[in-house]
Design a protein around this ligand. Structure first.
Ligand SMILES: Nc1ncnc2c1ncn2[C@@H]1O[C@H](COP(=O)(O)OP(=O)(O)OP(=O)(O)O)[C@@H](O)[C@H]1O
Ligand SMILES: [Mg+2]
Length: 226
């Protein structure tokens, strides 16, 4: 196998996504190498969130091919989706934490679903909570936390399963600059630990301040790559 091929973790080829007549993504092709850090940027409505959703099969492409770590997303069965999702840690602007579960339980759920035993779950969850600096709030419920704290919990949840790929959709979009910078530091640490990281963001300052490849979308098409 060609060396470049072997290092590819995500390959999108001529991918389009239509919602009725609306084409959210048009013939998008992109290759992502293992352990790349990629920013996906572009104006509102450009298709950034759609691209993220297609990658973890939150939505299915209308046409084209998406390969994730060798799996063809168009071909995998419903039963294989949990296995696909375990490759990913996903972070959203609005956190998507479960309000009725504690911080600990929100993060532990990922490992429980993966079939780990409580004895194995406890130390792993406490370790990631410590790494994101939120271990002292483990027994709190999300609604009492600040936005920055909630996002740290979401990062912990994305990290705990040791995913190959971390997808973040506007992870700092609702945070103050200090909290946003902290979340970026955490994403960098995840990247340094070996994960491939894809961040959809409007935050030009963050893009300027960090190394990473920039993919710019406009009206569902690749506008520029550098
Ligand atoms: N479920 C849906 N049904 C219909 N249209 C949709 C749906 N999801 C997205 N779209 C449309 O697809 C286009 C791309 O949306 P998307 O959310 O991917 O943009 P975005 O780049 O993430 O924008 P933003 O920066 O505002 O988050 C938009 O025109 C949007 O209205
Ligand atoms: Mg979006």
């Amino acid at each position: 196998m060609h060396a470049e091929r072997k290092n590819t973790i995500i390959r999108m080829f001529n991918v389009s996504k239509r919602y009725g007549k609306m084409e959210a993504l048009s013939n998008l092709s992109l290759e992502v190498r293992k352990n790349e850090f990629i920013f996906v940027t572009g104006p509102s409505g450009a298709g950034k969130s759609t691209m993220i959703k297609l990658l973890y099969k939150g939505e299915s492409a209308s046409s084209g091919a998406i390969l994730v770590d060798g799996m063809n997303l168009a071909r995998i069965s419903r039963k294989q989706i949990p296995m696909l999702r375990r490759q990913f840690g996903v972070i959203f602007q609005d956190f998507k934490l479960i309000p009725t579960k504690t911080v600990f339980q929100n993060v532990a759920l990922v490992l429980a679903v993966a079939g780990l035993k409580p004895k194995e779950i406890y130390p792993r969850v406490m370790d990631v909570l410590e790494r994101v600096g939120i271990d002292d709030r483990a027994e709190e419920f999300p609604p009492v936390l600040s936005g920055g704290e909630k996002q740290r919990v979401a990062v912990a949840r994305a990290m705990v399963g040791g995913p190959k790929i971390v997808l973040a959709d506007e992870p700092t979009g609702s945070l103050d600059p200090d909290s946003a910078a902290h979340i970026f530091q955490l994403l960098r640490a995840v990247h340094e630990a070996g994960a491939t990281v894809i961040v959809a963001t409007h935050d030009q300052q963050m893009i300027n301040n960090h190394d990473g490849r920039v993919v710019r979308l406009e009206k569902g098409r690749m506008a520029r790559e550098n």
